[in-house]
Design a binder for this molecule. Structure first.
Ligand code: HEM
Length: 191
């Protein structure tokens, strides 16, 4: 989960950087998309790799969820809350499934039409207030998912030391909120 999760965070960074061209203009965004599609071999390898990474992350997540449920053959009478068991950590499967639904809708929507008119597709997509609402809801859910996922990933990689724990604690807020602000501001440009 941590290995594929870190690859997905890297994808989010590059996707946020590319989409941030929309803050300048639709023309710059279109130029970026044209530049990207000028390298079909790279696009092909990266998109297949990305699909595989998402697939492994989702399937492992579902298997872990079932294993955890089976290991605890009856529900606790009292839900004991500890600091580490945050609301985000207990709802990872649900936030993950919502992001999966978002991904299916989003990739179907953006692959509709020609990549040479992707700028137009985006402005058409965000002309609907309902779509904007759905996108912003998905970005909030993504931020909640990342707030636990990012912390968990650091623990798996052994980034746990009293000297750095304050910094990593901050990062678990800064990283998800940064993605929320960048992705979330984009649909609002079209209002
Ligand atoms: C407002 C924010 C976003 C915009 C405007 C946007 C826009 C786009 C566009 C235009 C493409 C097609 C790229 C191309 O083929 O030229 C795309 C693909 C994609 N987006 Fe987004 N996106 C946004 C947020 C997200 C988020 C938050 C995620 C992940 C949770 C995401 C996941 C993907 C995936 C997986 C693809 C397919 C990549 C591939 O070609 O294999 N997007 N997006």
């Amino acid at each position: 989960m941590a290995g594929t999760g870190s690859c997905l965070v890297l994808f989010l960074c590059s996707h946020a950087a590319g989409n941030a061209t929309l803050f300048h203009s639709l023309r710059l965004f279109q130029a970026y998309a044209n530049q990207l599609h000028g390298h079909p071999m790279i696009i092909y390898v990266l998109s297949k790799g990305l699909f595989l990474t998402f697939a492994i992350h989702i399937i492992t997540g579902i298997l872990l969820f079932w294993q955890n449920r089976k290991a605890r053959d009856h529900k606790y009478k009292v839900q004991k809350r500890t600091v580490k068991m945050s609301q985000a950590s207990r709802t990872m499967i649900y936030s993950g499934l919502f992001i999966l639904l978002y991904l299916i809708i989003h990739t179907s929507a953006v692959s509709f039409g020609d990549h040479e008119t992707i700028g137009l597709t985006i402005s058409y997509l965000f002309s609907s207030p309902l779509v904007i609402l759905f996108y912003i809801t998905a970005f909030i859910v993504l931020a909640i998912h990342l707030s636990h996922g990012f912390w968990s990933m650091l623990q798996t990689f052994g980034v746990n030391h009293p000297k750095y724990n304050k910094l990593t604690g901050w990062l678990t807020y800064i990283v998800p909120i940064s993605f929320l602000l960048i992705f979330g501001a984009i649909p609002l440009l079209f209002i």
